[in-house]
Structures are given as C-alpha cells and as structure tokens.
Design a binder for this molecule. Structure first.
Ligand code: URA
Length: 233
C-alpha cells in the first residue's frame, strides 16, 4: 500500500494533508531521513514528527470503560472514543467496539478494526463467556441461581428462553453472573424478569481475558498472547 494511503488510513489526515506532511519533511524513517510518498518502508521504520506510527491495521485494544460513556461514535454525550487518541476514531477500517456496554455499565470493552476477529469473538460458536458483577436494588429471594441455571427464563417480549446463566452470590444484594449469550441489556432485563433491579453493573472478563488491573478510563493494545488468552477458556 502506498505510504500516503497507509498513513491516511491511520487517521493522520486526508490524502491531501498527508501529501503536505511529506512535502514539509515531517515524515521520516527511523534514522531521521526524510521520506517521499513513493518510498517503500516498513511500518515500524516510519516516523511522523519523530514519533513512531500508530499501530497498523489489525489493532485490538481493551478499554476499562467507566460509567457515563456510550459505545457510539455519534452520541452527543461522552463516548468511549473520547478515551482513546483522537486519531483512532478516524481510522479506516474503522475501530469498532466488540459488542456494547450500556452507558451505565463499566468494565472490560474490546475494540478492533479486524472484522474477522470481531465476528469470531461475538459468534455464538466461540461460546466466549462474559462475567459481570451486579449490585441489586433488593435482597435476593434465594431462587435466582436455580432459575438462571435452568435455561427457562424468558425476558420480556422474547419468545426464546435464555441459555443457562451461572450465578454466584457475593452478598444479599450483589452477584457475579457468567453468560454465554449477549442479548440486548441482558443482565438488567434478566434481573427485571426475576423481580429485582440492577443498580450497578461491571464486566470483569470476556473468555479468558480479564481487566488485569487496568485503571478505569485507560486502554492498552492487545498482543497476540492476549488474544490467545481471550479464546483460552
Ligand atoms: N447486560 C446489560 O444489561 N448491560 C450491559 O451493558 C451488558 C450486559
């Protein structure tokens, strides 16, 4: 791929703007030699204003999403992309969230520009579990774990029961649930169907991958070992 296109696709600017960056000598190799748009240089050897280029296509990252941010590019309020470098929102192919977390849910969110990987993560065939910690408005009745495990619970306005959900009681009003499906607002609707109400919700794990002490609001790029861990369940 030509350098102008490669750099433009990483969100550094339009083709015209990137061409101007070449002309003004802002794009160099690792030895500070000015590059030209038709040079053939490895991604790792390109510098813009002496800084290495953003990661190439195939980027996967984890974000510790705080409450109050939506998984959207268009919402007028706070969006998860506000927590990433502004260029990441301009990349082509787009950096998409892998599924969504509600605005009021915190925790582990993956983003990627790798469509095949995204489908593999969300595909029911992969059976990747998701672990959520929820605090509830009312004390548990005592039968919730059994009902969730039975695979018979119907959510409002649905006709297919949920697949079995594993529930661990942490205290009278807090639980850890492990799901293998990702229905719309599933955890909140599940507890509504059980006559309760979720007050706070946090996702701590997807497949074999946890947040690993990543502070709220921060992100990091995943390595291939993280992806292996994700699918290693
Ligand atoms: N279930 C929910 O209700 N909300 C989320 O954000 C994720 C799962």
């Amino acid at each position: 791929m030509r350098l102008v296109r490669l750099i433009g696709n990483l969100g550094y600017g339009s083709r015209k703007e990137v061409a101007a960056m070449f002309r003004t000598g802002r794009i160099t190799d690792a030895a500070c030699e000015v590059l030209y748009a038709d040079d053939k240089v490895a991604h790792a050897d390109i510098r813009i204003d002496q800084e290495p280029l953003d990661p190439a296509q195939g980027l996967v990252l984890m974000l510790h999403k705080p409450v109050g941010y939506t998984c959207s590019t268009k919402d007028p309020g706070r969006i998860v992309y506000d927590l990433l470098p502004p260029r990441f929102r301009l990349r082509s192919p787009v950096l998409s969230t892998v599924g969504r977390l509600d605005r009021d849910t915190s925790g582990l969110l993956l983003l990627t520009d790798d469509g095949a990987l995204l489908h593999r993560i969300v595909s029911p065939k992969s059976r990747l579990s998701k672990v959520y910690d929820a605090t509830l408005a009312n004390d548990l009745r005592g039968n919730e774990a059994a009902v969730l495990a039975s695979g018979t619970l119907l959510l409002e306005s649905e006709t297919t029961p949920l697949l079995p959900v594993q529930m661990e009681t942490l205290d009278a009003r807090s639980v850890r649930v492990t799901l293998t499906e990702g229905r719309y607002h599933q955890v909140r609707r599940m507890f509504a169907a059980l006559g309760n109400h979720v007050e706070t919700l946090h996702r701590s794990r997807i497949g074999g991958l946890g947040l690993q002490e990543l502070p709220s609001g921060e992100w990091r790029a995943l390595q291939s070992s993280d992806i292996e861990q994700l699918f290693n369940t």
